[in-house]
Ligand binder design. Structure first.
Ligand code: NAD
Length: 344
């Protein structure tokens, strides 16, 4: 018998195996950024399946294929296959993003685990900003401005709470006020700070130490005149920051500059394509900062702009922790690929 089996983990099982543990997610991500910086990861370019031009992603949606390999002690390959249907939350009361993640043995290639990737994806997206804020935001940042009251900003806030011990105030702006209100209501479960709805994006940005935009906006929101020295701004969604705001940054940090340019949807990539930004304008990739090869924030007055585009390796490192936990706990459903292979 040359049976091949793999584990299946539902979203609930992912959660029971530590899927909502933000401290551990941040630890995983610091590790993966160090490996990325050392060249001990493989990050093939993201493939976007869409049914129209690039703008159709904002209305009709897309499905992204995000493969990767994480080396070091993790030594696992895999892929996240993640759909985005922007109308889902409003039209169907369902999440915009839904994902399956597959882990593979990098030597024989066989699948190890197929699992819900939705929770992991949101947690790792928050966690990436958490790692960045730890090195690039003012240490005693107190005020956070969130633009977008969706799933991603929920985990952005979970992560910021982990790394900003002085967090005292959160302002939330969304095009739909009721989304901001519902966001604050449910965020009270995990963040006990003063949280208010901002009536405008300007109100959310002005006076904030940390600003995160994670929206499905179709045009930029953050204006140059609102951003000030000392801020840490993370542009997590697409084209959310005006060119003028980016031009004021003292440091531009990305997760992976090649991937940002390849995807081409965010402010940095759009400016690059228009000849308004060069490779030399990118201060560092996050891995260089986490590894200590490039200093993070050096002055209180620096304006730091962070642009994560997202990489499959971030999902894979978190998914591999969940998988190992499931094995130890004996959780999940074992599925069979074959008893013995038909051909070899
Ligand atoms: N960089 C990454 O690694 C990464 C990872 C996951 C998701 N994302 C991106 O993050 C964004 C948000 O994802 P989500 O899952 O939170 O989506 P979501 O649909 O749950 O929430 C998006 C929110 O943005 C609001 N919004 C839309 N236009 C706006 C505007 N102009 N001003 C203010 N609010 C506006 C919507 O009303 C909605 O509440 C998406 O663009 C997604 O592609 C990035």
């Amino acid at each position: 018998m040359n049976r091949v089996e793999f584990l299946y983990l539902s979203q609930q099982e992912v959660i029971e195996c530590g899927g909502l543990d933000m401290a551990k997610t941040i630890e995983d991500l610091e590790e993966v950024f160090k490996l990325h910086h050392k060249g001990d990861t493989v990050v093939p370019a993201k493939v976007a399946l869409r049914w129209g031009d690039i703008h159709s992603e904002e209305t009709r949606g897309r499905i992204n294929a995000m493969p990767g390999h994480v080396g070091g002690n993790v030594d696992v390959s895999g892929i996240k296959w993640i759909a985005s249907a922007p109308q889902n939350p409003i039209k169907y009361r369902m999440p915009r993003a839904s994902a399956l993640t597959i882990l593979n043995d990098p030597y024989q290639g066989f699948p190890l685990c197929v699992m819900d990737g939705t929770v992991i994806s949101a947690m790792r997206t928050g966690g990436v900003t958490g790692v960045a804020a730890k090195y690039l935001a003012i240490k005693d940042s107190r005020v956070v401005g969130l633009i977008g009251a969706g799933t991603q900003n929920r985990t952005q806030l979970m992560a910021l709470k982990e790394v900003l011990p002085h967090l005292a105030r959160v302002k939330v702006y969304d095009l739909r006020k009721e989304r901001s209100e519902a966001f604050i209501e449910s965020a009270r479960e995990y963040v006990q700070v003063d949280m208010t709805v901002a009536d405008t994006a300007e109100e959310a940005v002005t006076g904030s130490d940390v600003v995160v935009s994670a929206t499905t906006a179709k045009a930029p929101i953050i204006k140059g005149e609102w951003v000030k020295e000392g801020m840490f701004i993370a542009n997590v969604g697409g084209y959310e920051t005006e060119f003028d705001a980016l031009k004021k940054a003292d440091k531009i940090v990305v997760d992976d500059w090649y991937q940002v340019k390849h995807r081409g949807t965010q402010t940095t990539a759009i400016m690059f394509n228009q000849g308004l930004l060069t490779d030399q304008d990118i201060y560092a990739e996050l891995g260089a900062v986490v590894s200590g090869d490039r200093p993070g924030r050096e002055k209180e007055r620096e304006l730091v702009f962070f642009n994560p585009v997202g990489m499959g390796i971030e999902d894979i490192i978190v998914a591999s922790r969940i998988y190992r936990t499931a094995r130890v706990k004996g959780m999940g459903t074992t599925l069979k690929l074959w008893d013995s292979p038909l051909w070899f």
